[in-house]
Design a protein around this ligand. Structure first.
Ligand code: G3P
Length: 230
């Protein structure tokens, strides 16, 4: 499963990218609004950090506006993916942009029916929002299972980005269902590294190491010791 980071914060993107596990970035208007930078400049900077798909969302309501914005954004970098909302106008724009070779991520997917329509319109990616469904008292991961079942029956060139992730269990559930991508907020990604037994294990190894004789220590230490003896 590919891991995207779901943020527009450059520092967080750089930090997560340094961990060696980031395949792409998703942004949205709410995330961008938290950053003190012009949108296009910010997107350009993100493209310099991560060599993978970078989603940037259009704000127009009509297909014409979305296509115009999408084409402008696509000029920024070859890795730009145009994020378009799941509306009728959005699907018209998806059809136009995808026919011209511009990758589209259809966002705000909350049903398998919407997912199917986005695939038919030529979306390269679809983003079902699991956390927001959970918040509304529905089962977000059940939607992912439904979408994966539907897509397994056909040959769409569409990858499923599990979005609106709230905790590591969402990520593991997504991986077990075979979702192509999880787009993960920085804090959730950070939590995925942690397990108390790992911390305890490292501490115990260090304590035992500190107790043992010099002769059993690492070759580099032995080298230093022998040099010191000479
Ligand atoms: O990027 C879209 C999605 O991941 C937003 O998540 O937390 O605002 O529901 P959230």
């Amino acid at each position: 499963m590919k891991i995207f980071i779901d943020t527009a914060n450059l520092e967080k993107i750089k930090e997560a990218n340094s961990w060696g596990i980031v395949d792409g970035v998703t942004t949205n208007p709410s995330l961008v609004s938290k950053e003190n930078m012009d949108f296009k400049t910010l997107v350009k900077e993100i493209c310099k950090v991560v060599d993978g798909p970078i989603s940037a969302e259009v704000m127009g309501d009509s297909a014409e506006e979305m296509v115009k914005e999408g084409k402008e954004l696509a000029k920024i970098h070859k890795n730009i993916v145009i994020k378009i909302p799941m509306t009728k106008e959005g699907m018209k724009a998806t059809k136009v942009l995808s026919s011209e070779g511009i990758n589209v991520n259809v966002t705000l997917i909350f049903s398998a029916a919407q997912a199917l329509l986005a695939c038919k319109a030529g979306a390269r990616y679809i983003s079902p929002f699991v956390g927001r469904l959970d918040d509304a008292g529905q089962d977000g991961m059940k939607l992912i299972a439904e979408i994966m079942n539907v897509l397994d029956n056909y040959d769409f060139n569409t990858e499923v980005i599990v979005a609106s992730i709230r905790h590591p269990i969402h990520v593991i559930d997504a991986a077990q269902m075979g979702a192509d991508i999880a787009t993960i907020p920085f804090d959730v990604l950070d939590k995925m590294f942690n397990h108390p037994l790992t911390d305890n294990g490292i501490k115990r190894f260090k304590d035992d190491w500190a107790k043992c004789e010099n002769t059993t220590k690492r070759p580099s230490k032995q080298k230093n010791t022998s040099k010191a003896k000479k």
